[in-house]
Structures are given as structure tokens and as C-alpha cells.
Design a protein around this ligand. Sequence first.
Ligand code: 5GP
Ligand code: MN
Length: 369
Amino acid sequence: MDVRQNPEQEERFSRIAELIEGSGTIAICAHTSPDGDALGSTLGLQKVILSRWPHKTVVGLLADADAVPRIYSYLPGSGALVHARDYEGAPDLFVSVDLSVAKRLNDAEQVMLRSRRTAIIDHHPCDDPYADESLIRPEAAATGVLVAEFALHLGVDITPDIARCLYCAIATDTGRFQYQNADPESFSVASLLVDAGASPSELSLNVYQNFSLSFLHLEALVMGRITTFASGKITYSYATTADLERTGASLDECDGLVDVVRSVSGSEVALFLKEVPGGKVRGNLRSKTDKDVSGIARRLGGGGHKAAAGFTYEGDIDQALAAVLPPLRSLFEYVDPDGTIIGERLDPRLIAADRARRSGGSATGQVRA
Ligand code: 5GP
Ligand code: MN
């Protein structure tokens, strides 16, 4: 199996391996509200390190106080993950996977601050990673791809359990190999992992065909209120605490709901909002085209990738919509040199028609403001 290696990555892996080599106790943690890539990469890396250095103490942490989401509890080792707030040690090395910003470590930030050295393996764009050593490659489809390549770098035998964890990471972060990030590298690494014992059907049965009835009732509510605007290019929907109470669904089950919102034909960007405890709203943004939603998430205090980003907003759903919909709308606006918003960037015919109309010309055509 030919998985491309690049020299800079190899160099960075070597330096991370040296840090591991020089550490007795290693803690690994991914971001708050962990998804399949976060959990799969944490567990996969833990097993990779233990396979190469069996005498080291390697603990996998959870950034939040919540249990592992039910759909990921099939991952081998998930039951032994430790809540960061219950971990009192000061590890020699703290490795964060699938995140580069300390803020998103939640409870684990304190563990990171107590650690002697730090490292990052991640695929989120980050200008200012906090760690001593890092491998951050935003073009990588998932952190799981990078952990698999780290295993290859170390010459570690990829066991079936390592493969199951990393396959989950890659399959979920590519939306089952459907999103823009599903590239040849992700397929090559996934193929290698399936060869090593990962099972695509195990992943599907646990993650995508394992919804509670409560969740499906919530999904029906969310579907029922999908709204489109900007000529159908923007879609959004939301779930309130009252919806969760009414249906009995839990917050962590809501993770995939943005995919329902984005599935509307003709939509280019999608927004899903859910109320979370503490008077806050969690937002997921997705882009199906070249529109970049990460800047909007960043301006709201969040972050992420061009095509998949998130944020947390202090306020209620109405306030969050008022803050997010205008910048989403402006992704599709064309601003005339005189400052007038006259139409959608993607339709030059409408823009030309509008110009002609406003200058007294005869072109016909309706332009939406
Ligand atoms: P999701 O919408 O699934 O929570 O996140 C989409 C992507 O954006 C993921 O890669 C996630 O790690 C990133 N992301 C989500 N929320 C935040 C946030 O609040 N801050 C940062 N820096 N990244 C986020
Ligand atoms: Mn990821």
C-alpha cells in the first residue's frame, strides 16, 4: 500500500517521536464535544504509542465531563478513557489530537498546563499552535489519516483495534467519504486500515444505523422547520432545549443534524443551531461549494475548516440567527462599486441586468436584494 509521505511531515513526526521517547507518562486528548475523528484519533494514537513503547503509561482523556457518545462506545478502549477533570497527574507529555487551540481542551487545559512538554497532531488550520512540537496539516481529511501515517512512520504494526479506531476517524470526518475532503490519501489510508482489520459495516451499524427513536423524532422536527433563503442557497434549522425534552433526545445525538439541513437540493451553505446549557447556542456551519464558512465561525469566536466549521454563541436561538444569517447572506452578495448590494455573486447575468436597469438601459431581469 502506497501512502504518500512528505519529508516535512516525516521530520515533524521524528520530533514528536523523540518527545514520546523521552517521556514516561503521556496524556492524549482531543477537543471538547468529541466526534468520531476526535475519539478515533485519541484511541488510535494511544494504541500506536503503546504498541511501539509498551512500558510507557499512556492515558486517553476526555475534555468534557460527559460520557463517550453512545454511537462511538463500540470503539475499543473507549470505556477506559478518563475524564480530564478526574485526572490529577502531571504528565511528561501532553498530546492533543484533532485540535490546536488550548481553549477547546476544556477541562484538559489544566492537564496540558501541568504537563512538562506538549505536542499536537491535527488538521485544523492554526496560525499559532500552543505546543512544543506539532504536525498540523489542514489538507489532511482527518486527524486519523495523520495518526495512521505516524504509525507507518514508527513502523508500528497496525492491529485490528488501531485500524477500527482510525477508520472511524476518517470515515466520519469525510462524511462517509462524501465531503470535499475525501481525497485519494483518505481512500488510500482507509484501504490500508480495512486491510488491517477495520470493518466499514461495523462503522455504519454503530454510527449511521443506530439512532434512537427519540433522535429520529427530533430529526423530524428539525427537518420540518428547515428554512431556505438567498434563492435557496442558504438553509438553516435548529433544535431548542424544549425540543430535546419533548422528544427525549440527548444533545450529543444532534451532531449529524447539520447534514440533514445541508442535504436540501440547491443549498450551498447550511447552518444548524442547538440550544446548549448555560444560555448558549452551538452552531454548525457547512459549505457544499467553494464558499468558505470558517471566517464566519471565527468571527463568532469559533473556527474550523472552509467547508465545516462551528462556534458557540452566548444568547438564544433568535439572537444567534440574527448574528449568523447576515454574514451567511453576504457570502452570496455582490456589492456594486457604489456600495449597493445588488445581487448574487454567482449570477453575473442578474448583475448585468440590474446595472443596465439602474442606468436606464433596457436589459430585463429581476434582481433580489
Ligand atoms: P462541528 O460543526 O462538527 O462541531 O465542527 C466542524 C469543524 O469545525 C470541526 O473540524 C471542528 O473541530 C471545528 N470547530 C467546531 N467548533 C469550533 C470552535 O468553537 N472553535 C474552533 N477553533 N473550531 C471549531
Ligand atoms: Mn477532525
